[in-house]
Design a protein around this ligand. Structure first.
Ligand code: C5P
Length: 291
């Protein structure tokens, strides 16, 4: 069972659905089941969506927050799908009142929906006092989406396979590194981006340190995502132009891009400059979580 991150109030639990960032994403091949085999370094931001849960007779979901308009709260929502999958596996019919504060842009390559699903599993295991094996939880997580197993622990991890091979990994100097996220407010679905990958295996991801990650790491989905949303090239160029930006790349299937900085002042200056130049873009100043 992953370490919970639950703030306990009077009968209410709150869990953060940490934003997931792929510091590198190498696509190695197409699989017979329609998915792609990947090698990726996942890190998690210190910030994300917030999920509150309290006991109730029935299962319900309310969505609020700046990106609530981009999501339906019906049975298809990953939060409710996660809750239902957990109930089914545990053989229970417990209820819960769930409130999702949607702070991350939807369909943006930073795992919003996957992190929400993982946070739901974490919070409901506690609310319902379930004892469930970690392998079962990972199995439920994978049934909800390829990124959900990694989001369960929300730790820095090397991720392989379709998303189910997880290995904790620490790179010297990465912990608490200031990070800027920028999204041009163009939603991108994951499937169509993968479908435009050119099929060329450009090699494995084996970063020994941050310098190697910067030099040898790639996001193989960048060209495909730029085909669908050319503005991503502008986001990358803006980030690369910022003084102090050490690593600039797209996360996941886009359109969110990130930059890592050695210090917070440089990150905050970059955020202010980009917000002034491109006021319509979404920006978030955060840092890599040390969990
Ligand atoms: O697993 P998830 O539902 O998040 O994936 C969404 C879509 O992204 C899949 O239907 C598939 O088209 C693509 N995908 C992929 N290979 C992966 C993960 C996702 O092709 N490893």
């Amino acid at each position: 069972m992953p370490r919970p991150d639950v703030i306990t109030g009077a009968d209410m639990l709150t869990e953060t659905a940490y934003a997931k960032i792929n510091l590198a994403l190498h696509v190695r091949g197409r699989r017979a089941d329609g998915y792609h085999s990947l090698e990726s370094l996942f890190v998690f931001a210190a910030d994300g969506d917030l999920l509150r849960a309290e006991p109730a007779q029935k299962l319900s979901l309310t969505i609020e927050g700046p990106f609530a308009h981009g999501l339906e709260s019906g049975a298809d929502n990953l939060v409710l799908r996660a809750a239902n999958a957990l109930r089914e596996r545990a053989g229970i019919a417990n209820g819960a009142r769930l409130v999702l504060d949607k702070r991350l842009p939807v369909a943006s390559g930073i795992g919003g929906g996957s992190a929400d699903a993982a946070a739901t599993l974490r919070v409901l295991v506690h609310l319902w006092a379930l004892s469930i094996e970690e392998v079962d939880l990972i199995d439920i997580a994978l049934s909800l989406g390829s990124d959900v197993p990694a989001c369960l622990g929300s730790r820095t991890q090397w991720v392989g396979g379709r998303g189910e091979q997880l290995r904790d990994m620490q790179l010297e100097g990465l912990g608490r590194m200031p990070m800027l996220l920028v999204n041009p407010r163009i939603p991108l679905s994951t499937g169509p981006v993968f479908a435009r990958w050119d099929g060329v295996d450009r090699g494995p991801l084996e970063p020994s340190d941050l310098a190697a990650l910067i030099e040898q790491g790639r996001n193989d989905l960048e060209p495909a995502a730029i085909m669908l949303a050319p503005v991503i090239a502008d986001v990358l160029a803006e980030l690369r132009a910022q003084p102090g930006a050490q690593l600039v790349r797209m996360s996941g299937s886009g359109a969110t891009c990130f930059a890592l900085f050695a210090d917070k002042a440089a990150r905050d200056r970059a955020r202010a400059a980009i917000a002034a130049a491109q006021p319509a873009w979404w920006t978030m100043a955060t840092e890599i979580s040390e969990r």
